[in-house]
Design a protein around this ligand. Structure first.
Ligand SMILES: C[S@@+](CC[C@H](N)C(=O)[O-])C[C@H]1O[C@@H](n2cnc3c(N)ncnc32)[C@H](O)[C@@H]1O
Length: 387
């Protein structure tokens, strides 16, 4: 119970990561490079934001005219509704406004709208943003924000991590274009993976390695202080259904023969063949750069392959772990033998791709079923080369 509330508190704090301007700029520029009119005449909604100082609002408001936007709407969540309270202070921008309301400031969300030149300087930019308190707290699931979603063409944000699945379903049920940030692991979720497989959702432009740096409001969980700002590195990725160029760049790969002779990975180099799974008809490819260019059958590759996935080069057949019913074998109960030789009865072997061994493997956890020995692999995406 104590552990449960600790992890809920951690999740809540993880909802308060704020995205850096250069990260937003680089990501959005990739969609514009691919299609300069991607935002032209469009209404863009930035929900789960903090418009007064969010870099999303700033970036899109500054580029309103360059992108040819029709309307920009961003909304924030009421400070008192946030699960993690970090000492809220209204900004001067808010307190100096004639319609400032000290109570609503804490309990209501805000909406910022940009769609015409308010200042009369002949330009539409940040200066023309107009704001109001929302009727409610700005929860993205509220009827008020759902109505804004329905009038938007494109939804862009870094949503609360603890509600990522719900947030994505909320966008998809309204059939909108989107660019959002999520945790790397989210690609394996049962709500997300089938969409990746069907090419309805894919990785954004930013490469996955290195994680992303966010400003954090949680003073106890800081990786670095940069220019006086608390920063946290999170294994995050962009996910989208808007096209960009990197997605169509095929991987440059070696043949199977060359991999076995020259691979930079000791797990491949010098072997006579790639290992084959026992519970699915596919070879094991432990590194994306070791995918053989000339193999026509199914291959299991690390999840990080999705960062490099080019739909013209490969098709996605499924995923181990979740499987979605495609494993060709169900193992009865197993004896797990850990690295120290400790034995326990488990039912874990069906949760992943397995390799069968003729003798007990040394130095790794393995499983015994009858007279057979197995090891289990991390989650794998199952792919096949496009003909
Ligand atoms: C990860 S932060 C990102 C903020 C901002 N989009 C950015 O990237 O700079 C997610 C924000 O969503 C807010 N939030 C949490 N639950 C929410 C909900 N149910 N509806 C709307 N916003 C929510 C959090 O308080 C937080 O401000």
């Amino acid at each position: 119970m104590a552990n449960e509330s600790l992890s809920r508190a951690k999740e809540a704090k993880n909802d308060e990561f704020y995205t850096q301007y250069p990260d937003i700029e680089k990501e959005i520029n990739a969609y514009l490079e691919y299609n300069p009119d991607v935002f032209r005449g469009k209404t863009v909604l930035l929900p789960c934001d903090d418009p007064e100082w969010s870099n999303f609002t700033k970036f899109f408001a500054q580029n309103f005219e360059t992108f040819g936007l029709k309307k920009l709407i961003s909304t924030s969540y009421a400070p008192e509704s946030k699960k993690y309270k970090f000492g809220y202070q209204p900004s001067l921008f808010e307190t100096e406004a004639p319609h400032y309301d000290a109570d609503k400031s804490k309990t209501h969300g805000k909406i910022f709208v940009l769609d015409h030149d308010v200042t009369g300087d002949g330009r539409i930019n940040v200066e023309d943003l107009q704001w109001q308190y929302l009727e409610g707290d700005g929860d993205f699931r509220s009827p008020e924000i759902c109505a804004l979603r329905d009038q938007a063409d494109i939804i862009i944000t870094n949503p609360p991590f603890s509600l990522f699945r719900q947030f994505l379903l909320w966008i998809l049920e309204a059939n909108k274009q989107f660019v959002v940030i999520g945790n790397k692991n989210c690609v394996t979720y049962k709500e997300v993976f089938p969409l990746i497989k069907e090419n309805k959702l894919w990785s954004g432009r930013r490469e996955w390695s290195g994680g992303m740096w966010f400003e954090t409001k949680n003073n106890e969980d800081v990786d670095e202080v940069i220019d006086g700002v608390n920063m946290k590195n999170v294994p995050s990725i962009w996910l989208t259904n808007i096209d960009h160029g990197r997605r169509h760049q095929p991987l440059s790969l070696m043949t199977m023969g060359d991999n076995l002779k020259f691979s930079r990975h000791k797990e491949i180099k010098g072997k006579s063949a790639y290992e084959h799974y026992d519970n699915y008809d596919a070879i094991e490819v432990p590194f994306t750069d070791a995918i053989p260019s000339d193999y026509d059958g199914a291959m299991g590759v690390p999840i990080s392959f999705l960062d490099k996935y080019c739909p013209e080069q490969f098709e996605i057949l499924g995923i181990t772990k979740t499987w979605f019913g495609i494993a060709n074998k169900i193992y009865p109960n197993q004896i797990q033998v850990d690295k120290n030789g400790n034995k326990s009865n488990v039912t874990k072997l069906n949760d992943g791709a397995t390799i069968k061994h003729s003798t007990p493997p040394i130095g790794e956890t393995y499983y015994i079923v009858g007279d057979n020995f197995y090891t289990q692999l991390y989650a794998r995406v199952l792919i096949r080369k496009k003909q």
